[in-house]
Design a protein around this ligand. Structure first.
Ligand code: NAD
Length: 336
């Protein structure tokens, strides 16, 4: 080894931090995820951070969908990828169907820096994204939260939303009514009354609506939504999925995490295909965070956030977890 710690073959010892899935819950919380995601959206809009094209493939084995989401944040020096996908047979094996792992690289050298469990982080960063949209776009006096969807993500979504406004009640609807108990239990945990309602009634009561389903057709119609409502559409992250009436986007101030994803795999894909809006009508939420776009300008506007999920969100929360694991002395390190 020479004076710089470099061996004759040009390789120096590299410490890789490992944060397994089992450690994430004890390290990361919704507030830290919110700060990381808000800063990431701001960096994207100011040109400091960008996502690379998403890869998602049906691999022809176990009916699995597998892919990568990746990017680089020049400001935070977050470089890496989230890799994983959906294995429908996992539940029968006692495993979660959605599986993901984040790999972070040193932006100065390209050497691998960390390996982080991505399952819980995905739920936290997705809930943080809609919470960021509520902070910046929902009316400050919003009192009723409407939840469409009662799957795994929905509880995370409700908790993160309730940290942004003083909601007094939650109303909910789900395609599979037998799953509504998840929404009721989560509302109870937050000290809020819950009412299961029809979709029309949900639109009539809610000031903020979150959609988080795997629906492939519009559930919420444009005419059912009151002026002044904020809607966070979080379920549509693939071509062909849809949660709300395309006409709703034409009536709304539309913001998104990333415009290219919004028009191709997000909720806006349908409104764009039907020529109801164009990409020019959609604003990056980061521009609202940075103050270069006004966002909501009146109490009777409908605002809509198309949350498609970007790789930079994953890198931001994973980088935060690595810092927390090191701070708390629970990081596992290996020489690589
Ligand atoms: P889940 O499987 O636990 O729940 C699925 C939800 O969709 C349930 O509420 C179910 O009743 C509903 N649903 C199923 N079929 C439906 C149909 N035909 N019509 C209407 N609703 C239907 O899934 P989850 O983990 O809660 O994820 C929900 C959605 O969010 C998925 O589509 C997932 O891909 C998406 N997601 C998006 C992001 C993002 O960043 N935008 C991140 C994670 C998950």
């Amino acid at each position: 080894m020479n004076a710089e710690g470099t061996t004759m073959t040009g390789t120096a010892a590299n410490t890789v931090t490992i944060v397994p899935e089992s450690e994430i819950a004890g390290l990361m919380d919704a507030a830290s995820a919110f700060d990381a995601v808000e800063a990431t959206f701001a960096a994207m809009a100011s040109g400091d951070a960008y996502n690379f094209p998403v890869i998602r493939e049906a691999i022809g084995h176990e009916d699995a969908l597998y892919g990568f989401k990746s990017g680089f944040d020049r400001k935070a020096l977050a470089l890496g990828l989230k890799s994983g996908g959906y294995w429908p047979g996992n539940e029968a094996r006692g495993l979660t169907n959605h599986q993901s792992t984040v790999i972070l690289f040193d932006a100065d050298t390209g050497r691998v820096k960390a390996l982080v469990g991505g399952n819980l982080l995905t739920a936290l960063r997705t809930a943080a994204a809609s919470a960021v949209s509520i902070k910046h776009l929902a009316r400050p006096d919003s009192k009723v939260l409407g939840m469409i969807g009662a799957g795994h993500q929905s509880a995370f979504q409700m908790r993160a939303a309730c940290a942004q406004r003083d909601f007094e009640k939650v109303v909910g609807w789900n395609y599979h009514p037998e799953m509504l108990s998840r929404l009721e239990d989560t509302a109870k945990e937050l000290g809020l009354p819950f009412e299961a309602v029809s979709l029309e009634e949900l639109g009539a009561q809610a000031d903020v609506i979150i959609t988080i389903t795997s629906s492939h057709e519009a559930q919420l119609m444009a005419d059912w939504v009151r002026p002044g409502t904020h809607i966070a559409c979080m379920g549509t992250d693939t071509k062909g999925k849809q949660e709300v009436d395309a006409a709703l986007l034409a009536k709304a101030v539309v913001c998104t995490d990333e415009i290219a994803q919004s028009t191709t795999i997000g909720e806006a894909q349908h409104a764009v295909a039907q020529n109801l809006i164009t990409a020019a009508d959609i604003t990056e939420i980061g521009a609202v965070i940075n103050g270069s776009h006004a966002g909501r300008t009146s109490a009777d506007q409908i605002t809509l956030f198309d949350g498609t999920g970007v790789g930079l969100q994953d890198l931001a929360v994973a980088a935060k977890v690595v810092d927390l694991a090191r701070e708390k002395g629970v990081a596992q390190s290996v020489l690589f």
